[in-house]
Design a protein around this ligand. Sequence first.
Ligand SMILES: Cc1ncc(COP(=O)(O)O)c(C=O)c1O
Length: 919
Amino acid sequence: MIQILPAEPHKTKIVQKLPLTTYHQRLKYLDSIQFNTFNLNSDRVTFDLTSNCTSAMSQEQLSSIFLGDEAYAGSRNFIHLESAMRRVLGHTQIIPTHNLLGAKKLIAKVLGKKNGTVLTNSTLIDTIFQDNGMDCVNIKIPTPLSEVTPSNFSGSIDIKKLKKEIINDMTKSIAFILIETCPASSHSQPFSLKNLKETCSIARKHKIITILDISFIVENAAFIIQFEPSHRKKSIAELVREMVNEVDITVMNAGEDCRSNAGGFITSRLEDIADELKNQVVVYEGLHTYGGMTGRTMEIVAKGLEDMVSDRSICWRITQIEYLFGKLRENRVPCIKGGNGIFLILSDFLPQLGHTEFPLFVLSSALYLTGAVRTVVDDMYEYLLNSEKSKTLGCEIPRDSFTNQHLDHIANAIIKLYENRRSIQTLQLHAKGKWTDEFTFELKDKNMPLFPIINELDEHNYEPWKITTIEHIGFTEREYRQKAAEEAGYNTFLLKSEVIGIDALTDSGTSAMSFEQWSLMLKAHETTYSSKDYEEFVETVKEIFGYKFVIPTHQGRAAEYICSQSLIKDADRIPGNMYFTTTKLHQELAGGQFIDVIVDEAHDPESSFEWKGNVDLNKMEDLVKKVGAHHVPYISFETCVNMAGGQPASMDNMRQVHDFCKRHTILVLFDATRCAENAYFIKKKDPRYKNKTIKEILKQMMSYGDGCTVSSKKDCLVNMCGFFAINDLRIFNKAQDLLRIYEGSRTTGGLSCQDLSAHTQGAKEMLDYHYIRSRVEQTQYLGNRLIEEGIPIVRPPGGHAVFLNARMFLDHLDQDEYPAQVLAIETFIEAGIRTMERGNVSKGRNPITGKNYRPALELVRITLPRRVYTNSHMEVIVQAVKKVYQRRQSIKGLKFVYEPEELRFFQGRFEYLKRGGAK
Ligand SMILES: Cc1ncc(COP(=O)(O)O)c(C=O)c1O
């Protein structure tokens, strides 16, 4: 069944930075390429709206890059491709080609006839068949633009015309019938299965070969399921096989539904034709077992074929097309929805321009200028002009690479342009070419821009990256989740990730890395001794954080261990702005005692104080008075305090703490794990820093410290790494000794050089304003939506997570019935969303009294991995929490059935209490 999905059925695995440009830059670029957007370099285009070879791959596809068996003959990858094709499509023969043109070229050579005819539902003459002496006759049913919509199946063959062509074909010149799935030449409209069957049956009767271009077969199949009632219950996989089974031959552009960035193939159920095609493949393409594709491309295509028939993935594509279409129609923009995106109707959009006044070029240039969007203008101009394609401007949507926030921006650009369409200037032809990419233009009125500036569109209010690789996520039924929760002892840490839909357990090591990070990783030289990767790691950390000495550690707690062991003596007190579990534990293991010196507001989930991460200097003063400064080796000053709800500290507070500590010769050591998020809050909330860069703010923050420990698995955007940085040589030497004993070599800290390299790039990326803004604003969005729905959360929402106030949420439970623990597991059971308890269970027991600490904050942390989920996923979280809230009174508390002594929240197991709340 095709359904509209609330969010992507996948998470992001790898991202690629989007080039961001301003109106004035685009004005210049347009001028330099003479108003033909084909010729814009991709680093000047934010949204490339062409679906060909631009879709996000699955991580399984991407990993195929390393599985290429680049044998000249009979490679494993070809065998994989062949068997995937047989499983998914059902034909027996496959002929690999370098792309769709390669496939069509072979078809032309083998099945072409001199002065022959190709009957087709394409309205655009196929240049390759024309060049091989054939004539393309369009036999698609004619449909006025106003009636073009997928449910009308206007991509269908006109059966009457087909019969007429066959009857009139006295000289038997019909070479074959070519049927395109969602033909690009006519706004990507589908044909019906009934029509395909009828066409093929007529063709069979007259012994005419049928060829199906299956580049958009999945979209076409989805429309058949949606709009042809007798097929409503079929799966995409079934329908794809059924369609292929009708025809003799298929051709495929692997850059579309297969999501490859190159490649193609022909399949056939007729062995004799396949043999002839194989003989030609060696002439024009390559060998019959690679056909001009690398081994790795064949592997990517094989995986893509298997992936493409997943119902969920096409549902998301249809959802995104509907989403963009809905926005445009709401604003009365004249457009058509097709299998491959949205098509703007030129005659309604630019009525002032006639068909031959280049409305396609004008609108595509104006859209680039307005929204940095590139749309599709291609083909041989003469043919294009006579096809249906010339009546619309295609805004194709690459599969899974843009989020709905991106689509919002694209929609806004189109809407603004439409509202102000009268002010779009006319272009004057400068040079004509045979092909559209050769055309050049100039402005008719050189003193006026093509389209006036629209300021707010340049705010880049969207994720500044596109998704290049996705990871499919699990979908489970409630009963299954209930059982999984029971098996995990009602502890979300013990759930297997395969049962999780949205994993909001932690932002630690869960970030989507960028292509830039991956490419540096691939360049790393592995060694446990000294390396360039280590040196670059150190230099980057020094440059960003400003401390003299840097020690890599495998993650944050290792840095905390060596820091605590280097600095703490028995009976020392370590003040901190709230505890973090591992930080506190390492202080205690080194003989120290943690003292909470955070401002009182931090313990009040209802307080809307802006700087809840601040240190209370009176508390510091009291501590020093009580134990003496010589018993306080350092203050552990956390940026964007995790346990307080990701709350930031102000720059003034950092400076005051620094001044206080200097007076008492106490070191200031930041836990700078979430330092970029803190810097963003300072920029946003403190007007004095409005015009400073994130890098400048962070440098100033760190200048108030003597060193830091960092879990780089958070802000630094890596999956594994941490470090300890310090200005004092003596402490550095001691810490380095400990590193050698407990962690790994001085130059790796037990990490691979790949991890160090990914860190070098990740630490730079965290400073990008557009990135950090979109990161923190996503958390704000989630928090504000929950507040809107009346859910009790810690206010204001922090940087990395939104914290549900479990004490208020489940106010019928006593804190020793672990309300946060139960709320976390109930949210999982409700919708497969994994969160984390941060309350009584996490805080542990007082070793002297044996009683639970019962901390003031009893919270469930919904933690957002960086660059992984979209705002659509945020909405899914909101709806799930809302449902749990509605049934909150029926929720019972938990008791421990297994309770480890240390960090009990990781491994502890629970069971539900029999009775209702103790209160
Ligand atoms: C503030 C803070 N400090 C330290 C750590 C420990 O880091 P790691 O998990 O990398 O050992 C964490 C982990 O969540 C953290 O949030």
